[in-house]
Design a binder for this molecule. Structure first.
Ligand SMILES: Nc1ncnc2c1ncn2[C@@H]1O[C@H](COP(=O)(O)OP(=O)(O)OP(=O)(O)O)[C@@H](O)[C@H]1O
Ligand SMILES: [Mg+2]
Length: 292
């Protein structure tokens, strides 16, 4: 259980209904830097520096911006700042033109560590946010059951997290986040702890979800796995080693042109080469997929 999830993920149900999608960018980071205090208590160290990132609003089309960079470059810091769990030291974050002041149900987060509530079954885990929002029980059940089916967990509604595999638990986390109909889903290396086969299945699920125009949810997905980035992204944001700065934003192949076979047969090797070169320079030993 991710400890910070319980209090901080609690959606801001007191907030007004999400505004209709504004014409401006969905997410905008303007000159965002973050310095953490040093453990000695004296001074601080910059984790990210002057991040400027715009994710435009594309009506009728989902988006998945993947943030890729070496370990410690500040990927989680950026996500937490967008989530409103952390304040930037300088700069600001806007979501649909509004400054982010704290967590909100409009911005759901899925972490690497499993975050289901162990005392609730799958259905009640997915319903959790809906209950808090005061959604009527039958309505909440309908919505939760539909999402449980959507993430491939039909039949598992009454199981408890301890009886679920890692992949199933992440499906619960995704369904629970989707239940609140967020504008943005922030995913921090959500599949890092899964075996390769399950990881591929989960990537398929996310690819399916973000490209679903009916959901109209923007995904921001953090990874240090180059193949995962190429498979999932509409654009890949490549970060330098810490303090993280944006080195490049690269277009990924369109979802319709992107296949597992293409990945396996090196169809995207040019993109892969560019990403690896950006992260490592032309240093020997750069291994695609091993950027972290
Ligand atoms: N709460 C904190 N206090 C002090 N330093 C921190 C804190 N959180 C992160 N850092 C430091 O900030 C830098 C960026 O951390 P962050 O976790 O954002 O990187 P990351 O890219 O997500 O790394 P990883 O790939 O290992 O998950 C690292 O040097 C880290 O040690
Ligand atoms: Mg991290």
């Amino acid at each position: 259980m991710d400890e910070q999830l319980v209090p901080e993920q609690a959606p801001d149900f007191a907030a007004a209904e999400p505004p209709a999608a504004a014409a401006g960018p969905v997410i905008e980071l303007r000159g965002v830097s973050k310095a953490y205090p040093l453990p000695t208590g004296r001074g601080s160290r910059l984790a990210i520096n002057d991040i400027n990132l715009t994710i435009e609003n594309v009506p009728g089309r989902g988006q998945c911006r993947v943030i890729l960079g070496p370990s410690g470059c500040g990927k989680s810091t950026i996500l937490k700042i967008i989530a409103g769990l952390l304040e930037p030291t300088t700069g600001e974050v806007l979501v649909d033109g509004q400054a982010v002041k704290g967590p909100s149900r409009q911005r759901g987060m899925v972490f690497q560590s499993y975050s289901s509530f162990p005392w609730l079954n799958v259905l009640d885990n997915v319903r959790f946010g809906l209950d808090l929002a005061g959604v009527r029980r039958d309505e909440g059940d309908d919505r939760a059951l539909e999402l449980i089916k959507r993430v491939g967990l039909a039949g598992a509604e009454r199981l408890y997290p301890k009886n679920l595999s890692g992949g199933m638990r992440q499906r619960v986390a995704i369904a629970r986040t989707l239940a609140c109909q967020p504008r943005i889903i922030l995913m921090d290396e959500p599949f890092g702890a899964l075996d390769p086969k399950t990881r591929r299945e989960m990537q398929d699920l996310v690819a399916d979800l973000w490209s679903d125009p009916d959901l109209d949810t923007t995904f921001v997905f953090v990874t240090h796995d180059v193949d995962e980035a190429i498979f999932l992204a509409d654009k890949i944001v490549v970060l330098s080693a810490g303090p993280g700065t944006i080195l490049a934003e690269l277009e990924a192949p369109a979802p319709t042109d992107r296949t597992r076979q293409g990945l396996a047969t090196g169809l995207y090797s040019e993109l892969e080469r560019r990403v690896v070169e950006l992260i490592y320079g032309d240093r020997d030993g750069a291994v695609p997929g091993g950027a972290g």
